[in-house]
Design a protein around this ligand. Structure first.
Ligand code: SAM
Length: 237
């Protein structure tokens, strides 16, 4: 990691950042304020969100026991909770969990929320599917093999994996954010009030990540939309 501060401090700041950002988080997904990069970019963004949603709808999640890692404000929890027999959602931020619960309304009964640090947490049971959206990019490169191994362990044989993250496209983030260069894995993120945090942000080469998944028993096919998203769909061998 090329940063003046160590990995443990960055991971701590990453949690603080998302806790502080919780109430303004959805502006990014909805392309509002600093994330509004013009009409054309917004149109392309939502067209590509639709492609991703279509792929997620094609995954066998109906009536299954599903685990969502880093569930955030619930942008994806909403759909998962509609389809799963039961959903377990893990996030380190109580602020994010509170907003997620609010979004789910009555569906919250089908969801167990766990407030935990994903670099320490491990489930006590296996799941039919594991889903993580905009999480894999926040894992330090040196911890990625460990993370993928843990995902394989969380799944029953034949279980489903779906993940989604950002492609390296500057209009995907806020106008005042600079994406890390190819030899860096940290970037500075700003909140609307100007507070700054250093976080991990990695953009994976699809083939390299598929290979890493394969080595730990996850057969994943990674797809990319035209500008904004990279998503992986597959199964535990
Ligand atoms: N999945 C949601 C989505 O797609 O909108 C949220 C993704 S957001 C980019 C990253 C999430 O990871 C935040 O909700 C944040 O609170 C959570 N997070 C950050 N560090 C974490 C950690 N160490 N353990 C668990 N969750 C963490």
């Amino acid at each position: 990691m090329s940063s003046e501060i160590g990995e443990v401090d960055v991971l701590r700041q990453q949690v603080q950042y998302y806790r502080a950002r919780a109430t303004e988080y959805d502006d990014w997904f909805l392309r509002l304020g600093r994330y509004d990069r013009g009409e054309d970019a917004t149109r392309r963004w939502f067209e590509q969100v639709e492609e991703v949603r279509h792929a997620l709808r094609g995954c066998p999640l109906d009536g299954k026991n599903v685990l969502e890692l880093a569930s955030g404000t619930g942008i994806w929890t909403e759909e998962l909770s509609n389809r799963a027999a039961h959903l377990t959602a893990v996030d380190a931020s109580s602020e994010m969990i509170a907003l997620n619960r609010e979004r789910l309304g009555g569906r919250v009964e089908r969801v167990t929320f766990i407030e935990a640090d994903l670099f320490e947490w491990a489930p006590t049971r296996e799941f039919d599917a594991v889903v993580f959206c905009f999480w894999i990019s926040h894992i330090p490169v040196r911890r990625i093999d460990e993370f993928l191994t843990s995902v394989a362990k969380m799944l029953v044989p034949g279980g489903t994996v779906f993940f989604l993250d950002a492609r390296k496209e500057h209009t995907g983030t806020a106008a005042d954010h600079v994406l890390p260069s190819s030899d860096e894995e940290v970037m500075t993120r700003r909140l609307d009030d100007g507070r700054e945090f250093t976080i991990i942000k990695n953009f994976w080469n699809a083939a390299a990540l598929e290979d890493k998944c394969r080595r730990v028993g996850l057969d994943i096919r990674i797809h990319e939309t035209a500008d904004y998203f990279q998503f992986g769909v597959g199964t535990r061998r």
